[in-house]
Design a binder for this molecule. Sequence first.
Ligand code: HEM
Ligand SMILES: [Cu+2]
Length: 489
Amino acid sequence: MTMAVTAGRTGRTAISPRAAVLAYLAVAGVVFLLMMLLGLTMRLAQAQWIDVPPNFFYVVMTMHGAGMVGIAGLSSAAVMWHFVRRHDPVSTAVFLTNLVFFLIGAVLILGAGFIGGFGAAWTFLFPLPAHSGGLWSVNAAASYLIGLIFIGVGFLLLHLDIARGILSKYHGLGAALGVKQAFGLAPAEAGPPPAVTASTMALIANILGIVVGAAVLVISLVNLYVPSFTFNTLAAKNLIYYFGHTFINVTIYMAVIAVYEILPVYSHRKWKTNWAFYLAWVLSTVFVLTVYTHHLLMDFAMPTWTLVAGQVISWLSGLPVLLVTAFGTLTVVYRSGLRWNPAAALVFLGVAGWAIGVIPAIADGTIAVNSVMHNTQWVPGHFHTYLLLGMVAMVLGFMTYLTNPQPRYGFAWLGYWLYLVGGVIFVIAFLLAGAASVPRRYAVHVAQWLPYDRIGSIGAALAIAGVLILVVRFFVGMRTAVLAEDPIG
Ligand code: HEM
Ligand SMILES: [Cu+2]
């Protein structure tokens, strides 16, 4: 890494943009693995193969949830920044500042959990952080909330800087999104590159989401120390899910840039944008901001129209971008003579995992189904499908592309197949358990549920072994990758 540290114009040392991206990915590789081990710990505990006291299970669940959501954001931000940087001026200093804020936040969150015993789930539902039943202190809860605020502020700075870069080249966010192209008012060929369109949607959604999140975090923080200061719990839930849903959802829209940029490199075909592509992104920009209402389908106190809207938007939300991406992926790959290699296979898998995971998600976004499936393992079943086998696959593809781009490495292929086969077993075990009405977020499972837990544990262990191999390969390739240009083109 030292080689990449070059003297800046001011005479101070500066880290090269490429080294900064690799630093993000190095952190991501390690954190993904550690958080996966926490996930495996929960699964093994549910399977009764290891003994985990229930209060500690909830600490692990909280750390796994917060850690995974955070590192999903960080790693997909690296994908976005790497590619948007080719088109718009962005600041490496701000990019690194986000990493520093993330690490500070992570220390506060891990301290809250593993030292302070905080276990109110990553969703910190108001007023749960203040009602620990003696399991954690007010300070531990505060450390968790402040940690989240740090991470949010880092991302806010990053998205604002990307907005600045984009606006310096386009006349407004609408132009950067491709609104005119979406409605046929301008030729698609003159539209923004996919990386710019996706980054624009990500910044619109996340800036709004983070501001809302910061508001409810501060309210919760005040409530911790001044219990007489209360807030409408239903309003708080709305704000939290507005933030939480948007943040995790946007990780996929940032990571998908890897598909648009990497597959064409290997298939030697350009990713063609057309009006449908831009229209899809414009529609999904609107939906991503309103779709959080599917988290309220069981909240009878909400006005009925919001629940109906939540159901309809849930059906529609992900579909436009998913469809143009899946279609575009097939067009880029079909009969292109592409020679498969781990990087291309991983981003391709990412699209498939995303597409397949959305199906059980849409089912759950239907009120009639939600009344039965709500809070069963059907829910971790669908989101682990499009996160573990979708978003994470895209990020692993990007990591492999930067450090191990050539097709001849059998070791990476082994990692790929272990991760794919193990991951599929792991998510199917969740979905089957959900279909059998096994509740989610239960530390202790009854005998009838153990077969699912045990099969799920085995799948998880295989998947983690695969990810370990891919991450090790990443670190091995990192030294040369710091100095290299992007593979091919
Ligand atoms: C091999 C990898 C993984 C394993 C073994 C694993 C395992 C688990 C388990 C056992 C649960 C609790 C299920 C329950 O409620 O009964 C869980 C929840 C969760 N996982 Fe994972 N997971 C993995 C990967 C991921 C990834 C990649 C992400 C996101 C990028 C993720 C995000 C979450 C979230 C947000 C929750 C919800 C926590 C809560 O209910 O508060 N997991 N995971
Ligand atoms: Cu959601």
